[in-house]
Design a protein around this ligand. Structure first.
Ligand SMILES: O=C(O)[C@H](O)COP(=O)(O)O
Ligand SMILES: [Mn+2]
Ligand SMILES: [Mn+2]
Length: 570
């Protein structure tokens, strides 16, 4: 595209503001009826309440799950990757889960370059699978794993080893035993047919392998030691037994250890030999389709010069990802399914139009407002116009221990960026409702939502002070539904002791979006004619708030289309 093709037209109805636009993503802040297990309605949230009730026509709900964000079906909850992709690109893109489904269905996964790259290992070496074993559909799916394993056996793989990362975050806590039992059985059945397939190592996703954005490399180191070197503090001969024992409550009256936080373990034979370390010439498949939590382990396998931790041994493997996780870094070089092609995003357009952007979050979510926002692309579009700032997250703790996380620091950084008048767009992500929501701890999540509301208030005060505009929204639900609800009756699901079962995952709920600020003419309201608008409408709306008309390939803006009458006093 030539520079001219990137040129955005000035919006005819929204007057040129040339004042900063604040964009806030409240990670995991969904909308659900008030109730005792809705951490948002239980929290003290005067600011978000005033956006909802105080400015009619400037607050609405957006669909943040399922087909509205490119997932296979409306039974799929939203997540950060697809949510930020949709908002930042202004488009609905067929996402990884969908693309892998198609590739398995039509068999193209087995004829692609990535698969062929693994095949020379099949006859005499081991084929390893590493990834998240659950049906969450956020990072991976069990049926896709088993589809690949069966496909490998059919195509001559003689020895398969699976390194399991247990979930309890995208699915109910406690289900890891079910998934591992299922996998163990499925692998036994394949072994009986002559394909020697076994579980070799594993651990909980928050302790082993699946770190993100380099928040804590120790997590990846533990995984490397267990999967590659066969070293872990716990050794078991039976994988189901491993899960049972690692989940055992640490003392009388204590809760079981969550699936997310299980220690690393290695499966050994009767003589203590690991069931499957990773050796030269083995093939290794990471079966997660989502990028953020497998970029680091991919680097450990792929990069010759690697200093994040001492690998002790670096086997020369045939390494492939389910997808290419970072198009910019070409990481990994080999992959089974081409990733979603996300182009012509808001970030790229705005950079071509001279818009200066500041984006900030803490480590846990910094890639969400940069990498995912920009269509899974690392780095700047234009380093002179953009600044991405990361506040280091705490490491080694579950965030219910510190529900405020780094919200205050993100808030201060955002306020300073607005006041500096050096940026046209100040984009922030507050991780709290999501990260604390994932722990299933209701009280801590209420606290998290209260803190975040205070931060939004302070930021909006600064928008007032500088005469700017704002858009506040969220990427998917989480904190608004903290216990499991019966899908048919909507009633709270109780455990055998009559206690509500916590919900640690995201939800299917819509999310709010609100606009305002003194820089926005009083006549500007959301249009009312869109049926079920989704998160992809956020991108073009931000482009409008920055004075431009959005390009036509994007979803409809939430503002009335050009020439349409602006609703007044809705
Ligand atoms: O990776 C995670 O933490 C969860 O699987 C999904 O959470 P996120 O989509 O909000 O990051
Ligand atoms: Mn999120
Ligand atoms: Mn989440």
């Amino acid at each position: 595209m030539s520079e001219n093709d990137w040129r955005l037209k000035l919006h005819p109805e929204i007057p040129k503001g040339s004042k900063p636009v604040l964009v806030v993503v409240l990670d995991g802040w969904g909308e659900a009826p008030d109730g005792p297990y809705n951490a948002i309605s239980q929290a003290n949230t005067p600011c978000m309440d005033s956006l909802k009730h105080g400015a009619p026509g400037r607050w609405m709900l957006l669909k943040a799950h399922g087909t509205a964000v490119g997932l296979p079906s409306d039974a799929d909850m939203g997540n950060s990757e697809v949510g930020h992709n949709a908002m930042g690109s202004g488009q609905v893109i067929d996402q990884g889960a969908n693309l892998v489904d198609h590739a398995l269905k039509d068999g193209s996964i087995f004829s692609g370059e990535g698969w062929k790259y693994t095949e020379p290992a099949f006859a005499e070496h081991t084929l390893h699978f590493i990834g998240l074993v659950s049906d969450g559909g956020v990072h991976s799916r069990y049926d896709q794993l088993i589809g690949c394993i069966r496909g490998a056996c059919k195509r001559g793989a003689k020895r398969i080893r699976v390194h399991v990362l247990t979930d309890g975050r995208d699915v109910e806590d406690g289900t890891s035993q079910l998934y591992v039992t299922q996998l163990h059985r499925d692998l036994q059945a394949l072994s009986a047919e002559g394909c020697d397939a076994r579980i070799a190592s594993g651990g909980g996703r928050m302790r082993v392998t699946m770190d993100r954005y380099e928040s804590d490399w120790n997590i990846v180191k533990r995984g490397w030691e267990a999967h590659v070197l066969g070293e872990a503090p716990h050794k078991f001969t039976d994988p189901v037994d491993a899960i049972k024992q690692l989940r055992a409550p640490p003392g009388p009256g204590k809760m079981p250890i969550s699936d997310q936080w299980l220690d690393p373990f290695v499966i050994v034979d009767g003589t203590g030999q690991p069931a499957g370390t990773i050796q030269d010439d083995d093939a290794v498949v990471i079966f997660n389709f989502r990028a953020d939590r497998v970029v680091e382990i991919s680097k450990a396998f792929e990069y010759k010069d690697f200093t994040a931790f001492d690998r002790k041994r670096w086997p020369k493997t045939r390494f492939v990802g389910m997808m290419q996780y970072d198009g910019e870094l070409k990481l990994p070089a080999h992959y089974l399914v081409p990733p979603p092609f996300i182009s012509r995003t808001t970030g790229e357009y705005l950079a071509h139009n001279g818009v200066r952007t500041y984006a900030c979050s803490e480590s846990q979510k910094i890639g969400h407002v940069t990498f995912f926002w920009n269509g899974n692309r690392s780095g700047y579009f234009n380093a002179e116009l953009e600044k991405y700032e990361e506040i280091p997250s705490d490491t080694g703790i579950a965030f219910n221990q510190k529900p405020a996380m780094k919200a205050r620091e993100i808030c201060e950084a955002g306020k300073a960026a607005l006041r500096s008048l050096k940026y046209d767009q100040v984009r922030l992500n507050f991780p709290n409702p999501d990260m604390v929501g994932h722990t299933g701890d209701l009280q801590a999540t209420i606290e998290a939502c209260t803190v975040v509301d205070q931060c939004v208030k302070e930021l909006l005060d600064v928008v007032d002070e500088v005469g700017g505009r704002f858009l506040v929204t969220a990427d998917h639900g989480n904190a608004e539904e903290m216990v499991q609800l019966n899908k048919k009756t909507g009633k709270v699901v109780m455990d055998s002791e009559g206690k509500p079962i916590p919900l640690t995952s995201h939800t299917l709920n819509p999310v709010p979006v609100a606009i305002g600020g003194p820089g926005l003419p009083a006549s500007v309201h959301f249009r009312q004619d869109l049926t079920e608008p989704g998160l992809s409408s956020v991108g073009p709306t931000i482009i409008n708030l920055l004075d431009f008309e959005a390009p036509p390939h994007m979803a409809p803006s939430l503002f009335p289309a050009h020439g349409m009458e602006l609703p007044t006093g809705v």
